[in-house]
Design a binder for this molecule. Structure first.
Ligand code: ATP
Length: 435
């Protein structure tokens, strides 16, 4: 049995002092309202594992919304509540969030009717969760602050590093848990328990996963692709026969495996280069995963995954353009042996980062890879010093010539043949005069 003071010292060691204060404050508000309050789920799991987890999940045995509002009045912050589910999110003044759930729901079926009350205990609430390791709770009320509640052998599984479902129908009840099991297994470096793995295989065989809606499948896939080590998750999905739910022809060939490893490499390279990069790294892995599919198959995969119409079109177009442009660039490279910076720039300009990284992972041509990397590190940020206004002042009539001349100046700058604004203006004057 883990002692309260061990939990408290884990909190003091692993959490920011402000977070520990919030936990005590939550307990005190619970005391005032005479409601039992617990920290639960992933937060407790990660606390015991010594991992970072900023998302605080709290369960109240009673009305969680009332609790959240009382907390916000006393400690500041806003509350967003979902009456129907008895849940609320407290957004603290520093922007951090606390999710609050109720084990007792009271809701009104229709206006004016008496509330329907569903009683449930903490134990029932935790029993609805996906895996034992997510069923731990820590009591926060002052008199028993730090008491670890473990109904389902979670602590033992955490120590044995095992992902285990709570009952045999778990994957039938919710097939997304198959993907969640893989995600937790890979992220925490745990192992899916033997019996749980058999249940997954059974769910796959019985085709329960076919019933999973596209949107939910996509959400789970994205989560796996967003993990630090997406390859491990993809590998596990492949070995459990799950890739075919994305597309029947998908399999983890040696080529795909290599391409994924290269994608992992280029994504970390890019992340290191641009710490604040706003792009979707999961899309890079998704594009690589779908590399062997033709355009129609790619579209049908997006349909299966209920990718939004807008995003689907964008992705399909960029994928096609990327393939075409890179093939063009490669041909040119073979013909000429070397490319000017401006040639590289105008080939790659306009392609989304995700597609460029995908192409970088895909190509076996080291020179081509160097071109894309040069584009990222040097070329894409190059700008001319002359602007449209300068052309106007020089008397150039409005029209497509503006674009042509500015692109010609940009080419000269990319290739290093102009260095100053004077150089550029001289070039512009020559171009206008038709020299
Ligand atoms: P992460 O660090 O990825 O956010 P988490 O454990 O906090 O991990 P969430 O997806 O935020 O996971 O879910 C919060 C809690 O809700 C989990 O601890 C889990 O017990 C429960 N949960 C989430 N999805 C399911 C599901 N499909 N079935 C049962 N319980 C679930």
């Amino acid at each position: 049995q883990v002692k309260n003071r061990e939990i408290e010292s884990l909190m003091n060691r692993n959490l920011a002092p402000a977070a520990v204060r919030v936990l005590h404050d939550l307990g005190r508000v619970g005391d005032r309202l005479e409601l039992p309050v617990y920290a639960v789920g992933g937060f407790v799991r990660d606390l015991l594992l010594g991992h970072d987890n900023a998302d605080m999940d709290v369960t109240v045995e009673g009305d969680g919304i009332l609790f959240a509002e009382a907390f916000a009045v006393q400690h500041g912050g806003r509350v967003k509540s979902h009456q129907k589910f008895g849940t609320a999110v407290i957004v603290l003044p520093d922007g951090s969030k606390i999710d609050v759930a109720s084990t007792r729901l009271e809701y009104y079926e229709s206006p004016g009717a008496l509330p329907t009350v569903e009683h449930s205990s903490l134990k029932m609430d935790l029993y609805r969760r996906d895996f034992t390791v997510n069923t731990l709770a820590i009591r926060l009320n002052a008199a028993s602050f730090g008491t670890l509640i473990d109904y389902f052998g979670a602590y033992r599984d955490l120590q044995a590093k095992v992902i285990r479902v709570l009952h045999n129908l778990s994957f039938v009840e919710d097939p997304t848990r198959v993907f969640r099991a893989i995600r937790f297994e890979q992220r925490l470096n745990f192992k899916i328990a033997r019996h749980t793995e058999d249940l997954i295989k059974n769910a796959v065989k019985m085709e329960f996963l076919e019933k999973l809606g596209g949107r939910r499948l996509l959400t789970e896939l994205i989560q796996i692709l967003k993990e630090k080590e997406p390859l491990k998750g993809i590998g596990r999905m492949a070995s459990l026969g799950l890739l075919r739910f994305i597309h029947p022809d998908l399999e983890l060939s040696l080529t795909l495996q290599e391409m994924l490893e290269d994608a992992r490499y280029v994504v970390s390279w890019y992340d290191m280069l641009y710490l604040e990069a706003s792009y979707e790294s999961w899309s890079v892995f998704f594009l690589v995963l779908c590399d062997s599919l033709n355009d129609d198959e790619f579209l049908s995969t997006c349909n299966r995954l209920a990718v939004s119409e807008h995003f689907k079109e964008k992705l399909a177009l960029a994928r096609r353009q990327g393939n075409e442009l890179l093939a063009g660039l490669e041909r040119k490279l073979i013909q000429q042996g070397k490319l000017d910076n401006s040639e590289i720039y105008f080939f790659l300009r306009g392609l989304p980062v995700e597609v460029l990284l995908y192409q970088m992972a895909k190509t076996r041509n080291a020179e081509l890879r160097r071109c894309i990397s040069l584009y990222f590190t040097k070329l894409q940020g190059v700008r001319t010093l002359v602007r449209g206004d300068d052309l106007k002042k020089l008397g150039l009539a409005k029209g497509p010539r503006y674009r042509e001349i500015l692109d010609a100046v940009l080419s000269a700058r990319l290739n290093g043949s102009v260095h100053s604004r004077e150089d550029e203006l001289q070039l512009v004057q020559g171009l206008i005069a038709g020299l």
